[in-house]
Each structure stands twice: as structure tokens, then as C-alpha cells.
Design a protein around this ligand. Structure first.
Ligand code: PLP
Length: 488
């Protein structure tokens, strides 16, 4: 939760001579189960709904004045200029709200559990029908993979992405595994993958005994570089996985031309690409299969969850069976394949359906966010911006900046300063070939310098749909001021 969703201070304030009844009304309206008690704006105490409940169970009535029940109550508060560290220390793990006063002891702000005070890199928004549909699952008893929401979610997703054969699964990672398995990737096949990505597509190939072949990326759009793909093809190459990193599109035609020429499978990893378009078509429609993730930080979320889409019905049918333990759909407990349990639950799908209902809004918000970042950082000469590339439309899943060469050595220091200020920025993924389990997949003939360079120079900025103008302006002001410190 970020600050812009919290009630304004005035909604949490009660005067010291208020009755318990009126205080309860204020607490109810504020929605925080707490109110700050003041006398002429000066902080006197805090009162919770629990305090009132306990008072009513004793001798007090709804007409009792609250000053009677908080007389001896101890409470915590701090000066508004206190550092985030001291606020965190004062609140510990138990305190949810801490009033903040000025030098005259006047209540001027409040901190809510330190963690919540951060601007997170990405957070979900559940302001639609999520609770309604979830309650329906619980009340109906359909909590596993049976129940109406799985079908409804898949249908709604199919309609949006315009993919006919769509299966919900347990995560973006299992979607990739299922996609490659259903398309027949097997031991010793070579699968070409970008060297700068979240690790899942590389692992999915390894799960099947295939060999990942790590290829460099295009520094403009962060997707796999088509020129490098062609150089990496051997007799054993069976597939190419294209990852739309941070939601950026690329020239998919160029990649398709190569996969067609060499008769290779194309899988699109669209985990970060909900709302990404190439030539006005949503990504996930260009390959033999495509995969999506609904992890908590994704554009829509089901907690954990994913989707896999296929071009051909036959691959969809195989995946459907593999998803359900390889079981024959007409003969229960008869297994035609060694499958997996990758089924999404009705509970996850219920959340997914409610999120789909608000997807257009989420995508729109991300685009507004990207424009605002551009606007507030525009004068900064030390960075490059993420932007759309020819024929593509980015989903801006995570908005990133790229530090120019002369300042990129300071990337981690810049990140640390912003983190201390409560702004959760992130470094980019690491080049895969540098990490121990994957070193063996690096072939010297594939130059990977762009992924190394980019990995070191990128900073991903907070990108939640909840971000308001005030917060983006604040993030940019902090970023600009930190960058100025490193201006050589
Ligand atoms: C590009 C990419 N692929 C795959 C995944 C894996 O998705 P999940 O976390 O749902 O397994 C992610 C997720 O975080 C991702 O960013």
C-alpha cells in the first residue's frame, strides 16, 4: 500500500472531549481502526477501536467522554523531522500507526507501518470485484481447480490477447515449462534465449534436458537481438524464446523471419508484456506458444499464476493433459503421459477475472506513469529513457532509466541512496552467463557485451498503477538530486 491510498490526517483526528460514539464514527470512516486525539491541534493520545470495545465491556457507555478512557494510556509519537530509520525503530513490528508532531507538539502527519511508507517498486491494486468473487469461491466450496472462475478467466484472457487456445497454470515459470514440453522440446535440443532476462525461461529449457544457448540483446529495446540469433543457430537448434523485457516490444517480424527460415519453434515470454503491442497486435500472438505471469508484481495478478497460449489446437490439447498429471480426460486415473500438476485454482482465477475487468485501466495508468517520468526527468542529461520503438507499443510494466556511461559506475550507490529514502528502485537482472549454474552455457562465439553493459546501467523505478502525480514528482525530484551528486 502506498501513501496516496491512506486517508488524509484530518479524517483520523478526534477532539479530546468527543464521546465514544462519535469517536467510533470517526474511526469507522477513517478505516484504520485508530484515531489521534488532539486538543487545539496538540497531540494528546491515540485511541483504537479495541480501546473503545474494552471500555464498553467495563463501566463506560457510548456517551462517555474519551478523555476518561485514555487518561493513563501510554502511546508513542515522534517529531515529523525524524529519519525513516528512527521511525522504523520506534514502530517496531507491533505498532501500525505513529503520529508525527511539529516542534509545538501539533499533530502534522502520521507514519503507517514503515514498510507501507515506502514507495514500492510495484504493488497490486484490488479495487474491483476481487473480494466479491473470492467470497463466492469460499461460499460455494469451489476452491481447487474446479469451479466457474477458471473457465471465465481463461475466456476473458483469450478475448483480450486474441489467442484462441489458452490455459491457465500455476505460474509464468510453469507456463514456460509446459509450453516447451508440449511443443516437443527434449533432451539435447538447443534453445536460444536472451542473456538478460528473469531466469525462468532458461530454467524451463534446462528442466527438459535441453541446452540453453545464451544470446545477446538489442540495447535499444532489451529484447533478444535477431542478428545474434542467426549466428547462434546450429543443427541442434529447435527453438527461440523471445522475452519482452520490462514490457518492451521489438521487431517480431525480423525474429519470425529467422525462425521460419530455419524451421524453429518460437515461444514468446510475455510475463512482463501484458499490454505490449507489435503492429497493433497484442504480443503472445506471434509464436507457436506464448506465456504470461500473474505474480504479485505483474500488470494483473492472481498471487502466483500464469497463462500459456498456443497457436495450434494439438499443442493446446497436449498441454491441457500435461497440466493435469498427463491424465486421460475420459478415463480418470489413467495416465497417458508423465505430467505435472500445473492447474490454477478457482480462487486464483476469481482474482484473475476481477483483475481482467480492470486491465485496460491498469495499462492506461502505466502509460500515464511513463509520460510523467519522461516529463519530470526530461532535463536530466545523465540518463536515457525507456521509450516505444518502431511499430511497437510498450506496456511499461517497469519503467526504467539507463545511466549514461560516465555515471554508470555509481549505479549501486544511487540505488542505495534512493532505497534509504524509502523509494524502492531495483537493479536490472544479471547477465545469465555470469552466474555459477549457467556459466557452462556460455559459448565464446556468442558475444554478450550488451547484456553486461545494460545490466550495469539500468535502474528500474517504482511502477505501480497506484502511483499518483505527487509520488512520481517526488521520486523524480529525489532521483534528479541524487544524480546531481554524481555529476562529474
Ligand atoms: C520475463 C519473465 N519470465 C518469466 C517469469 C516467471 O513468472 P512466475 O514468477 O510467475 O513464475 C517472470 C517473472 O517474474 C518474468 O519476469
Amino acid at each position: 500500500m502506498s501513501l496516496n491510498k491512506l486517508p488524509p490526517l484530518k479524517d483520523l483526528v478526534v477532539e479530546k472531549d468527543c464521546s465514544l460514539k462519535d469517536t467510533l464514527k470517526i474511526i469507522e470512516k477513517g478505516g484504520q481502526r485508530i484515531a489521534f486525539v488532539v486538543n487545539n491541534q496538540r497531540l494528546i493520545n491515540v485511541i483504537t477501536d479495541g480501546d473503545i470495545r474494552r471500555a464498553l465491556l467495563k463501566k463506560f457507555t457510548l456517551n462517555t467522554n474519551i478523555s476518561k478512557i485514555i487518561e493513563k494510556k501510554r502511546f508513542k509519537y515522534l517529531n515529523v523531522n525524524a529519519s525513516l530509520e528512527s521511525i522504523e525503530k520506534e514502530m517496531g513490528t507491533n505498532l501500525t500507526h505513529l503520529p508525527l508532531v511539529n516542534n509545538q507538539n501539533k499533530l502534522v502527519d502520521y507514519a503507517i507501518n514503515f514498510k507501507l511508507n515506502k514507495i514500492p517498486v510495484s504493488e497490486p491494486q484490488f479495487l474491483g470485484n476481487e473480494t466479491l468473487y473470492l467470497n463466492d469461491c469460499i461460499n460455494s466450496g469451489w476452491i481447487s481447480s474446479g469451479g466457474k472462475y477458471v473457465k471465465l478467466f481463461e475466456k476473458s484472457f483469450s478475448k483480450f490477447v486474441k489467442s484462441k487456445y489458452t490455459l491457465s497454470v500455476t505460474s509464468g515459470t510453469t507456463a514456460l515449462h509446459l509450453a516447451l514440453a508440449s511443443l516437443g522440446i527434449k533432451k539435447d535440443d538447443e534453445v536460444i534465449l536472451p542473456n538478460l532476462t528473469f531466469i525462468s525461461p532458461v530454467n524451463a529449457a534446462i528442466y527438459l534436458g535441453a541446452k540453453p544457448v545464451l544470446v545477446d540483446i538489442d540495447e535499444n529495446n532489451l529484447c533478444i537481438d535477431p542478428k545474434k540469433i542467426e549466428k547462434a543457430i546450429t543443427k541442434k537448434t529447435r527453438a527461440v524464446v523471445l522475452v519482452y523485457l520490462y514490457g518492451h516490444g521489438c521487431d517480431v517480424d525480423k525474429i519470425k523471419k529467422i525462425t521460419k527460415k530455419y524451421n524453429l519453434i518460437l515461444v514468446e515470454d510475455c510475463a512482463e508484456g501484458m499490454g505490449t503491442y507489435f503492429k497493433n497486435r497484442h504480443v503472445g500472438n506471434f509464436g507457436d506458444a506464448s506465456t504470461f505471469s500473474f505474480f504479485g508484481n505483474k500488470t494483473i495478478t492472481t498471487g502466483e499464476g500464469g497463462m500459456v497460449c498456443f497457436k495450434k489446437k494439438k499443442h493446446y490439447e497436449i498441454a491441457k493433459k500435461l497440466r493435469d498429471h498427463g491424465m486421460n480426460s475420459k478415463k480418470r486415473y489413467w495416465h497417458d503421459h508423465i505430467g505435472y500438476n500445473y492447474r490454477m485454482t478457482n480462487i486464483q482465477a476469481a482474482v484473475g477475472l476481477a483483475q481482467m475487468e480492470r486491465l485496460e485501466f491498469f495499462i492506461k495508468q502505466k502509460k500515464i506513469m511513463a509520460k510523467k517520468y519522461r516529463f519530470y526527468l526530461n532535463k536530466n542529461k545523465q540518463i536515457f529513457f525507456s521509450k516505444n520503438f518502431s511499430k511497437t507499443e510498450s506496456s511499461y510494466w517497469l519503467y526504467y532509466i539507463k545511466l549514461k556511461k560516465k555515471i554508470s559506475h555509481a549505479r549501486d550507490a544511487i540505488i542505495n541512496i534512493l532505497l534509504k529514502k524509502g523509494i524502492e528502485v531495483r537493479n536490472c537482472f544479471y547477465p545469465i552467463h555470469l552466474m555459477n549454474p549457467y556459466k557452462k552455457y556460455h559459448s565464446k562465439k556468442n558475444n554478450l557485451e550488451k547484456s553486461i553493459k545494460l545490466s550495469q546501467s539500468i535502474i528500474a523505478l517504482p511502477s505501480s498503477v497506484n502511483l499518483g502525480d505527487k509520488e512520481i514528482k517526488n521520486i523524480c525530484a529525489n532521483l534528479n538530486s541524487v544524480l546531481r551528486k554524481f555529476d562529474l
